[in-house]
Design a protein around this ligand. Structure first.
Ligand code: PHE
Length: 340
């Protein structure tokens, strides 16, 4: 039996000697070391061997296998080197040409910023519930204190669906859904895509991204809201950021505010993104209106809340100094590849 092993070894080495290219080497390797190769098939002699010799035979086959593998690897490296040297010496070889690397994909800047925001809020104890993109009029408007004849409906031009539902015009319906689902107190954020029937320009898209935030607890305050917003913005920008608060009107908050940050595209000098004002509306926010708490099934005498709606597209533009919102959902790889 040992003779058989020895014989395979001699044959294999003889053939290896003759190989001059990598493809043939690979074929030979499979023939000898593959699952159904010569070495594996030596094992079928096992049954003709007396029991006490079986372990030794097994070991010898294994040794052969390892030995041959080593030979193949060494030979492979030598051949690889030879091929490379031949390529380099080719007079047409130009080492200054750009390489032909396969393109590698990367996360979209919106995904990156969403994940960052989620991480910041998770550390502050916020949960991230799921909620639908196609909504009913009730969740998108009525429950948020925007009845049918309310002028605020014109603030958010709507894509209506044939079945009478709509594409959510903001992430705020998540507030009502969360109030109906969770037992207070809680803190929650809901990132998501929203849709508006808008004319496109450098700062308006029909599809854009928001992150809604909602805190429901006893006696929450405006001070607490402002503090959380400042933490959020400075964590995202990793620097001190100039902000200002203005009163803002939204039917579902009272009092309501507009939080602006200094435009980072033009450093406050004025450009097309900030409409030459030096400030960009970043984030409306406020204390949750009692009617909204009621629609969510909460007693406004017992519970209070604050909410914000952060425009993610704007934020990405500020963070990466992008001057046209249409780049964000445009899908142009020349744009997206810059965020490797
Ligand atoms: N839902 C509002 C919008 O999209 C933003 C908002 C959210 C305002 C929460 C105040 C509080 O315009």
């Amino acid at each position: 039996m040992s003779d058989k092993i020895e014989q395979v070894k001699i044959e294999a080495n003889a053939e290896l000697e003759k190989v001059t290219d990598e493809a043939t080497l690979r074929e030979l390797e499979i023939r000898y070391l593959g699952k159904k190769g010569t070495v594996a098939s030596l094992m079928k002699f096992m049954r003709d061997i007396p029991n006490e010799e079986k372990p030794l035979f097994g070991k010898k086959v294994n040794d052969l296998k390892q030995e041959l593998q080593h030979e193949f690897d060494t030979r492979g490296a030598v051949l690889r080197n030879k091929t490379l040297m031949a390529e380099v010496q080719d007079p047409f070889f130009d080492p200054t040409l750009p390489s032909m690397d396969e393109p590698v994909g990367n996360l979209h800047p919106l995904t990156v910023i969403t994940e960052e925001i989620e991480a910041i809020f998770r550390t502050m104890g916020f949960v991230i519930p799921d909620y639908p993109e196609a909504e009913s009029e009730f969740f998108n408007f009525e429950a948020l204190n925007i009845p049918g004849d309310h002028p605020a409906r014109d603030m958010q031009d709507t894509f209506w669906l044939k079945d009478g539902n709509l594409l959510r015009t903001h992430t705020s319906p998540g507030q009502i859904r969360t109030m109906q689902q969770l037992k207070p107190p809680y803190r929650a954020i809901f990132p998501g895509k929203v849709y508006r029937y808008e004319a496109l320009d450098a700062s308006h898209e029909h599809t854009f991204h928001q992150v809604e935030g909602l805190v429901v607890d006893k006696n929450v305050s405006v001070g607490n809201l402002i503090h959380s917003m400042k933490v959020l913005i400075e964590e995202i920008f990793q620097r001190k950021v100039n902000i200002r608060l203005r009163p803002g009107y939204f039917p579902f908050v009272e009092p309501g505010f507009e939080l602006d940050m200094e435009c980072s595209v033009c450093q406050g000098k004025g450009c097309s993104v900030c409409k030459r004002t030096g400030w960009v509306e970043l984030l409306p926010c406020g204390l949750v209106h009692p009617n909204v708490l009621r629609a969510g099934g909460l007693d406004p005498d017992e519970w209070s809340g604050w909410a914000f709606g952060l425009g993610l597209s704007r934020l990405v533009m500020m963070k990466y100094e992008i001057d046209d919102i249409r780049h964000i959902m445009g899908g142009d790889l020349r744009f997206l590849d810059q965020f490797q």
